[in-house]
Design a protein around this ligand. Structure first.
Ligand code: IMP
Length: 351
């Protein structure tokens, strides 16, 4: 069996969570492959709006297996809050949620490093969600990170302190007023909460499930234009958000990828800084924001709004090998007399 992939083709917030929720009944397994709590996948369950940050969007369907893959970065505090909120709604994940031992942990000090780095950038800041995503992936590639599998080590606390102290040195260079210890109790409680779940070698589990003809949907976070390589660098997130990220973040071979569902909105939005050629900083953009309720699911920030950018969309379709396109929120434009789309860019007079 091949794994299908669902991902965003713009700057995130395309409505991926809702589509996953609709498609989940066709799948046995939903797996997250990159990003972390910078994501905010909004779903409605029993008429209550729910925002998932780390946990795959298949949780509201009984019997679906949910996997947090090796490519994801996890903040134990946010993870425990999510689990708590879901269990209060009667969603018991203990038997259905599995976590890769190779997924990396976001420490309280990673969040501080994120804040310190953004503050130091001044006007050229990225507009990060400040969830510690960038510093955690830096520690992963720098081979300093702590992984989920480490939490059962007898010397885990020591490993934690070593990394924390390394971070403290860097924070001192930033002259950052550090407050790490205040979050440690909740962080270690989160670690205990994680220990209750099945910690797996998700690449093995996933390939075995595919061998058994189980249907798997890999759920992307953010969007292709925020990809670390192909997005509008440096105004990007720190993971591979394009389809190839599903191979890396779950351990699926490229020839095992089946359908690629590409989600886009009938207009564009972007949170944070960076190029946005079709942005409407005027009443048109304001109308899109108001009608489309374009405010960040994670940070509540107003999203920048503009017309659909077909140049960027075609680029994203190329990068991902999209087999099915899904357009969201066309109804937001119902009351607009004119609907525009970008078909080309003009740079220095050249199209
Ligand atoms: P970070 O990944 O939190 O460091 O943020 C880097 C950039 O990606 C910022 O511009 C964020 O606003 C943006 N970003 C990160 N996650 C999301 C998301 O889930 N939706 C939309 N934008 C996001």
């Amino acid at each position: 069996m091949k794994a299908d992939v669902l991902l965003g083709l713009q700057w995130g917030d395309e409505g991926k969570g809702k589509v996953v929720d609709v498609l989940t009944s066709n799948y046995d397994v939903i797996a997250r492959f990159q990003g972390g709590p910078n994501a905010g996948h909004s779903l409605e369950f029993n008429n209550i709006k729910h925002v998932l940050h780390t946990i795959p969007s298949g949780v509201f369907h009984k019997g679906t297996i949910n996997i947090i893959g090796n490519g994801v970065v996890i903040d134990p505090i946010i993870f425990a809050e999510e689990i708590d909120a879901l269990s209060k709604m009667g969603v018991d994940l203990l038997s259905t949620l599995k976590i890769s031992k190779k997924a990396h942990l976001i420490l309280p000090s990673h969040r501080e490093l994120d804040a310190a780095s953004e503050a130091a950038k001044g006007k050229s800041k990225i507009g990060s969600t400040l969830k510690g995503i960038g510093p955690t992936y830096m520690d992963k590639t720098g081979r300093n990170g702590l992984r989920v599998g480490d939490i059962i080590r007898a010397d885990f606390k020591e490993c934690y302190n070593t990394l924390k102290n390394k971070h403290k040195d860097i924070l001192r260079q930033y002259n950052y007023n550090s407050n790490i210890e205040q979050h440690e109790e909740a962080w270690f409680k989160g670690i205990e909460a994680m220990k209750k779940f099945e910690l797996i070698d998700s690449e093995v589990t996933i390939n075995q499930l595919l061998d058994k003809k189980k249907r798997l949907l890999a759920e992307g976070a953010q969007g292709s234009m925020l990809d670390i390589d192909f997005g509008s660098y440096p105004f990007v997130t720190s993971s591979t958000t394009v389809c190839a990220g599903a191979c890396i973040g779950l351990g699926i071979a490229p020839n095992r990828i089946g359908e690629v569902f590409g989600i886009f909105k009938a207009y564009c939005t972007r949170v944070g800084a960076g190029p946005f050629p079709t942005e409407q900083e005027n009443s048109t953009g304001e109308a899109m924001r108001k009608i489309g309720f374009e405010f960040g699911a994670t940070t509540g920030r107003p999203r920048r709004c503009g017309w659909l950018d077909l140049v960027a969309l075609k680029y994203a379709i190329m990068l991902n090998g999209v087999t099915s396109l899904i357009m969201m929120k066309a109804d937001v434009l119902d009351t607009f007399d004119t609907i525009k789309v970008a078909i080309a860019y003009k740079i220095n007079g050249k199209t």
